[in-house]
Ligand binder design. Sequence first.
Ligand SMILES: NC(=O)c1ccc[n+]([C@@H]2O[C@H](COP(=O)([O-])OP(=O)(O)OC[C@H]3O[C@@H](n4cnc5c(N)ncnc54)[C@H](O)[C@@H]3O)[C@@H](O)[C@H]2O)c1
Length: 356
Amino acid sequence: MKELTVGLAERSYPIIIRQGLLDEIGNELHRNPFAKRYGIIADDQVVALFGERLLASLKNNGIEAEIITFAHGEESKNLATVAELSSKLARLGFDRKDGLLALGGGVTGDITGFVAACYMRSIPFAQIPTTMLAQVDSSVGGKTGVDIPEGKNMVGAFYQPKAVYIDSKVLQQLPESELLSGLAEVIKYGVIYDRDFFQFLERNLKNILALDLQVLEDVIAWCCKIKTAIVEADEKESDFRRILNYGHTIGHAVEAASGYKLAHGLAVAMGMVAVSELAVLKGILDSREKERIERLIHDFGLPVSIPPEYDRARIQEYLLADKKAIGGKLFFVFPTKIGKVMITDDVEAELILKVL
Ligand SMILES: NC(=O)c1ccc[n+]([C@@H]2O[C@H](COP(=O)([O-])OP(=O)(O)OC[C@H]3O[C@@H](n4cnc5c(N)ncnc54)[C@H](O)[C@@H]3O)[C@@H](O)[C@H]2O)c1
């Protein structure tokens, strides 16, 4: 078991990481309640896997709760779902003394956090992440929101949860593709922030892929610790928090060029290799360091190059659109060595084309 604290003054909260925790959340909420009654928000797939277990854990502790579901997938991460969930809460009589529990992946966490931020001008919520990506990244830090046709995560709020409850055991049910997608973000932390963690991943690769729960718990705790340090330093992404976007500038463009058919994590993996190559071409990163990054990404079973069938012109178009959206400058997070990065917009278009 591991417990961390995200230290944000009056918005501070614990991250509790324990195998089997899903069945003990009732006890946790009994000891440290943050609401009178809880709305468990989960997508249809997650509710079928874990909904009843969470509900039973709450009821066994005399805690009142309701399950509220929506259809799984990124397509649900929109304002219509926010309206639908809010109406369901209103019809169930939820008021400002009540709270929400986001049971699921990043989609559920982002939607639930946003509903919590808006419903009755805000009610408290907690995160119970069930995908690798959500356990190591999206459940910590208070970024909530939904997509609109004009772009992903365009409407949202910074709104911190009251607690994050992580049970590594639930990952045993996760499809391999979802696990891999989350592992790309895990590798990201090693490159941007912590050389020792990168080395730990190299040494423990086999155990991680075999879902050794103890090693997984160590990986999750390490990632949460890094994310916590970054969020504490820059809660609202004015500058430093942008280092989390390593691999994402090119990754997003590849993802968009695939019509969002390519999993986010796989696109990020390609983006991490591509931007590391860019850093080598700019003379910022030693090529042996780049090869080590590429090898780890490859050994985890993630892609290291953008498939030839992806139209380079389209990827460039998406990069340009991104550039326009963020004030005319395209920022890249360059590793300067494993464990350290710099942010720059000083990259020639020809170099970008070359790595693509
Ligand atoms: N808020 C942030 O800081 C932040 C950071 C990174 C990503 N995100 C967001 O996270 C979202 C992606 O999250 P995701 O990859 O977790 O996707 P997701 O929430 O859609 O989950 C992926 C799929 O796995 C299923 N699932 C969840 N847990 C399971 C389990 N234990 N066993 C079996 N199936 C399970 C879900 O039903 C879903 O179909 C994106 O919308 C992205 O924008 C947010």
